[in-house]
Design a binder for this molecule. Structure first.
Ligand SMILES: Nc1ncnc2c1ncn2[C@@H]1O[C@H](COP(=O)(O)OP(=O)(O)OP(=O)(O)O)[C@@H](O)[C@H]1O
Length: 441
């Protein structure tokens, strides 16, 4: 079975309507309606006739869906549909040229591999389903393609594992983490990935460059746990993984990509939107005959996000963690004594004195050294992870239970106030701090 295919779609027609208020849009077959919701108000949308999907998840007829301000997405129809919108958009237009046929062709090939894996004896290598890694520069549509592949697979009854290595955005949990979770149902176009028991490792920074070695260690840890889970579960092994990566693909970023491909034993590499990366990966992976490297076209609908937009998105992800998408969670403000919290930082710490080093060598901090830190002013607004570790030396290799945000530090009374998703004791004694911070506004 080969990967490939290209999109040929008939022209589309948009039904006239104002920039806000209620309006209808007719989508021809294999066309999509691309929408950027107004930054100030939500948008309601429903399917009136035909069938349509949002990033791989079919939408139910007649039911209004509400999309938050600023969201960018597309409603795609394979056979034609009429969509009704209510509210303001920054832009909305229909497009008849999309790479969707090539994407669904990839899905079909993956489907074949899953079926073959399922039919193979569980103790043979053939029982291993596809492990797909999606790579490409920033804003090439990696998260979106990952989402479609997961939703299409889930629609057919598979439970593929989603692995998110993009610590800049954090689609499973908050930014600064790498995480994995099984996807049992097509991903909700508004709510996103369900947060049921994800496996999460905390890097603590929105950019892996802040501690490259730690990033590698965490990817390896995550890979080992998934390997163990797959070994004991034929169903998830056959369904395989879809791995989303970050857009840093030059220099060290490229090395990290190769490391992730290796650590997670990816056997399908989907390269979006960059010829150079495709040819470099094809070349370097030619020694691995079981790895397919496939070039895919970037969708013209993918929206480029500037640094400030990404920063804002990170802020909203953390807010969503504590308060819910629709402000429907009730986080709790707790107070603890300084002595009750054991906070650690990974990396940094005291450096070896120059006198102990060979002549000419610069003292460097050990990037994976665990340092116990005392509470200080600069921890105000820091977002900390609560580790599952039982002992400090397990912190780096342990996944995390959740996060807290320090909101107040009273040095006179030696008390710290923090926001947590719920009241009561924290699920672990050890906390990890990085550079991630959140200021409630
Ligand atoms: N066909 C489309 N129509 C409209 N918006 C789209 C489309 N495809 C993707 N987008 C939007 O474009 C933005 C960027 O897409 P996406 O997050 O998939 O890119 P990425 O390559 O994963 O980005 P990153 O650089 O963060 O890794 C997102 O807001 C996404 O919802």
């Amino acid at each position: 079975m080969a990967f490939g295919g290209s999109a040929v779609a008939p022209p589309s027609a948009a039904v006239a309507g104002g920039p806000s208020g209620i309006r209808q849009v007719k989508l021809e077959r294999e066309c999509e309606l691309r929408i950027e919701v107004s930054p100030d108000s939500p948008l309601r949308l429903r399917l009136l006739t035909g069938t349509a999907e949002i990033f791989g998840t079919e939408i139910a007829p007649e039911i209004w869906l509400s999309f938050p301000p600023g969201l960018k997405f597309a409603v795609f129809s394979w056979y034609g549909a009429t969509i009704e919108m209510d509210g303001a958009t920054e832009t909305d237009y229909t497009a008849d040229e999309t790479p969707m046929i090539s994407y669904v062709n990839v899905h079909a090939v993956l489907e074949g591999r899953r079926n073959r894996a399922k039919a193979s004896p569980t103790d043979s290598d053939l029982s291993e389903g596809p492990r797909v890694i999606v790579v490409g520069p920033t804003d090439s549509g990696k998260s979106t393609l990952s989402r479609m592949l997961l939703s299409w697979a889930a629609k057919q009854g598979w439970k593929p594992t989603f692995v998110d290595l993009d610590i800049g955005q954090g689609s499973i949990t908050i930014p600064g983490c790498i995480a994995a979770t099984p996807i049992e149902l097509p991903i909700d176009p508004v709510e996103g990935i369900p947060l049921e028991m994800p496996l999460v490792y905390f890097h603590g920074h929105p950019n892996p460059g802040a501690n490259v070695d730690l990033y590698k260690v965490l990817v390896k840890e995550l890979a080992q746990i998934l390997e163990r889970q797959f070994a004991g579960n034929a169903e998830s092994r056959a369904a395989g993984m879809v791995i989303n990566t970050m857009g840093w693909i030059e220099g060290v970023g490229y090395e990290l990509l190769l490391h992730s491909i290796d650590a997670l034993k990816a056997n399908v590499v989907l390269v979006l939107g960059q010829e150079k990366l495709f040819s470099m990966l094809k070349d370097v992976l030619k020694s691995k005959p079981n790895v397919d490297v496939v070039k895919l076209q970037k969708s013209g609908g993918v929206v480029t996000r500037q640094g400030i937009v990404r920063k804002k998105a990170r802020h909203f992800r953390i807010k969503e963690y504590f308060y819910g998408l629709a402000n429907d969670f009730s986080p709790h403000s707790n107070t603890a004594n300084f002595g009750d919290l054991s906070i650690y930082r990974v990396g940094g710490g005291p450096q070896a004195p120059r006198s102990a080093l060979p002549i000419g060598a610069e003292p460097a901090a050990d990037p994976t050294r665990l340092v116990h830190v005392t509470i200080s002013k600069d921890m105000h607004h820091a977002v900390l992870a609560v580790s599952f570790a039982k002992e400090p030396d397990q912190i780096i290799s342990s996944n995390v239970a959740g996060f807290i945000c320090i909101t107040e530090i009273d040095f006179d009374r030696k008390k710290i106030t923090y926001l947590a998703p719920s009241a009561g004791e924290l699920p672990g004694r050890f906390l990890i701090i990085g550079s991630l911070a959140w200021l409630e506004t």
